[in-house]
Design a protein around this ligand. Structure first.
Ligand SMILES: CC(C)(COP(=O)(O)OP(=O)(O)OC[C@H]1O[C@@H](n2cnc3c(N)ncnc32)[C@H](O)[C@@H]1OP(=O)(O)O)[C@@H](O)C(=O)NCCC(=O)NCCS
Length: 199
């Protein structure tokens, strides 16, 4: 059995305009709180607006700031912040769920500060995270789940080459109402084609 981690990115992971790096609790808390406490940001995601204190309490759990996936990573979740390279501001965060060692299935999640929407930053960040999942963690399938009303998120995934695989009508009782859940995914071989046709 090998102890080589499933995914230990060489941080910071740089893209054209962004740096992805581990969450540093004290340093990043105010910036993360700034967007995660905005009600509109929370509409389609599982979390609710929280206070700085609640968020600090959550970050006290080392699993909530995990930045490496172990060799046996099933059930582990990797987090990074998204930093703008030009200003150094933290403008969002990413999450990578490693669902299954056998199926090599990962899932991406993403949040961007509304002040920085509409400029392709989330697309750029999710592309880099998906690259890590395929090229470094050896994923076979990367998926994303979203509320059907979250059209900006669906556009982001389609831009990157994810396919809609499922639509669960009223599939979830979510924040006090039935919501229709979409599942998007991309396979390793599809990702290679989608990325090479970009270049
Ligand atoms: C979902 C979410 C990340 C989408 O943010 P976004 O800003 O629309 O996504 P991007 O940063 O990739 O920007 C894409 C937009 O910028 C435009 N854009 C401008 N410059 C661009 C560039 N260089 N590259 C790509 N897109 C660019 C695109 O055309 C696109 O606009 P459109 O959607 O109107 O066509 C954001 O709304 C969010 O964080 N919401 C709250 C949390 C959430 O719902 N997360 C997803 C859970 S499933």
């Amino acid at each position: 059995m090998t102890d080589t981690p499933r995914l230990a990115p060489d941080y910071p992971v740089l893209t054209e305009r962004l740096a992805l790096r581990p969450i540093e609790k004290e340093r990043d808390l105010p910036a993360i709180h700034a967007y995660r406490s905005i009600p509109e940001v929370c509409t389609y995601v599982p979390f609710v607006p929280s206070t700085l204190e609640e968020m600090a309490e959550r970050f006290a759990d080392p699993e909530r700031t995990r930045s490496v996936l172990d060799a046996q990573a099933e059930g582990q979740v990797l987090f990074t912040v998204i930093e703008r390279r030009d200003t150094g501001e933290v403008i969002g965060d990413l999450v990578l769920f490693w669902h299954s060692d056998a199926d090599r299935h990962a899932e991406v999640g993403y949040v961007i500060h509304p002040d920085h929407e509409g400029q392709g930053y989330a697309t750029e960040a999710v592309r880099a995270l998906t690259d890590l999942a395929f090229d470094h963690a050896g994923a076979h399938r990367v998926s994303a789940r979203l509320d059907e009303r979250n059209t900006g998120s669906a556009r982001l995934l389609e831009r990157l080459g994810f396919r809609q695989e499922a639509r669960f009508v009223d599939g979830e009782w979510f924040k006090g109402e039935w919501t229709t859940l979409l599942v998007y995914a991309v396979l390793d071989r599809e990702w290679t084609v989608a990325q090479s046709s970009r270049r």
